[in-house]
Write a protein that binds this ligand. Structure first.
Ligand code: NI
Length: 389
């Protein structure tokens, strides 16, 4: 039997939680209603310990198996994220967001509910040896919520030998999973540039330092980093997505602002690009005479799946979905702060099919409730197999 029967029984209830959370989306570190909802359910299920307020609004539940842990792996952590996005929902669903300008457009409502469903089952059956630690983190969407929980003692206060994460995947068929060993999602660093030129009359450019031309040269030169400095067999992206300057056709503006993002799949390429961006900015400043301030802000590290734990995740997902329905996927250049947890403990991050839905972060996106039974079964079997009683 692939899926867990009890997870199928619990599906209507998990779906109801999912829709309730969907209706009440909260942004990073503001997940007060959501984390209270999670903590209340975990207490109802009879978790052995429920800790709130970890890393802001994070919640951790401890579920002890019927036997004490044995062997090398005595406890595993399962992680879901709880935050929504600043997007105006356009699904027209009966349970659409009631909070204007906020929406669960990344399916974290589904992630939270599936992990709650697994927690309910695990607390009910306890058919494992050791401890299952369910981790509900705040602020995945750029807010470093995973790092905040770690800094607040996640791995010191709870014995967690391995840690696993899951995200829904639009475009992946429902009932299928996708994963890969090694880098699976990119590092995300931010580039903020302030250009101070010399403003003046459009007809007398020789008396000015044209911040628009400086910005244009910078963007072109920055693009040469990926094409000329990075090994063509390595993946890297530099996207300069904001360019603000000027407000009149006959005035050379004094200042310009550029903002962009850098994505890589290895620490080496990440460091190389950081170094080259600084050099290019200095070079263009010399070339043009403009004063250029660069703020290079480190974001999430590369999400690196550990080989043995990825193999294990594939085995478990194959049990749930059938071995033909677990694909090896190429890496994605999007980011995920689960990277911070994988830097601390071995583990793996997997995608669970969401079917042909709108893409993540799209105003018409919706988590697919038909995926609930698969994601929940995956969590349950992960614990029962890793910590076999
Ligand atoms: Ni997400």
């Amino acid at each position: 039997m692939p899926i867990v029967n009890r997870a199928a029984d619990l599906q209507p209830e998990i779906q109801a939680w999912r829709r309730d959370i969907h209706e009440h989306p909260e942004l990073g570190y503001e997940e007060r209603r959501t984390s209270a909802f999670v903590a209340d359910r975990l207490r109802e299920f009879g978790c052995d310990d429920v800790v709130t307020g970890l890393g802001g609004t994070g919640v951790v539940g401890v579920i002890k198996g019927k036997a004490p842990g044995k062997g090398d792996i005595r406890s595993i952590g399962l992680r879901a994220d709880m935050d929504a996005l600043p997007i105006e929902e356009a699904t027209g669903l009966p349970y659409a967001s009631r909070n204007p300008g906020k929406m669960h457009a990344c399916g974290h409502d589904g992630h939270t509910s599936m992990l709650l469903g697994a927690a309910r089952y695990l607390a009910e059956t306890r058919n494992f040896a050791g401890e299952a630690i369910v981790i509900f983190q705040p602020a995945e969407e750029g807010g470093f919520g995973a790092e905040a929980m770690i800094k607040d003692g996640l791995f010191d206060r709870f014995a967690i030998d391995q840690v696993y994460g899951m995200h829904n995947g639009p475009g992946i068929p429902v009932g299928s999973f996708a994963i890969r060993p090694g880098p699976i999602m990119a590092s995300t660093d931010a580039v903020n540039i302030h250009i101070e030129g010399r403003g003046g009359h459009a007809a007398r450019p020789h008396l000015s330092i044209d911040s628009v031309l400086v910005g244009a040269q910078l963007i072109t030169a920055l693009q040469s980093i990926v094409s000329r400095s990075v090994d063509p067999l390595e993946a890297a992206v530099i996207s300069m997505c904001e360019f603000h300057a000027g407000n009149a056709r006959n005035v050379i503006p004094q200042t310009a602002e550029l903002r962009g993002t850098v994505r890589t799949l290895t620490p080496e390429v990440r460091a190389l690009i950081g170094k080259r961006v600084h050099e290019v900015v200095e070079g263009v400043a010399q070339l043009t005479g403009a004063k250029i301030d660069l703020e290079y802000v480190p974001g999430y590290p590369v999400v690196v799946n550990h080989a043995a734990q990825t193999d294990f995740a594939v085995t478990v997902a194959s049990e749930v979905a059938g071995s033909g329905n677990v694909a090896e996927m190429p890496p994605m250049m999007g980011g995920e702060d689960f990277a911070f947890m994988l830097e601390k403990r071995p583990g793996a991050f997997i995608f669970c099919g969401n079917g042909e839905s709108a893409g993540l972060h799209h105003p018409a996106y919706n988590f697919n409730d038909e995926a609930i039974v698969f994601g929940t079964s995956y969590w349950i079997k992960l614990v029962e197999n890793a910590l076999a009683a």
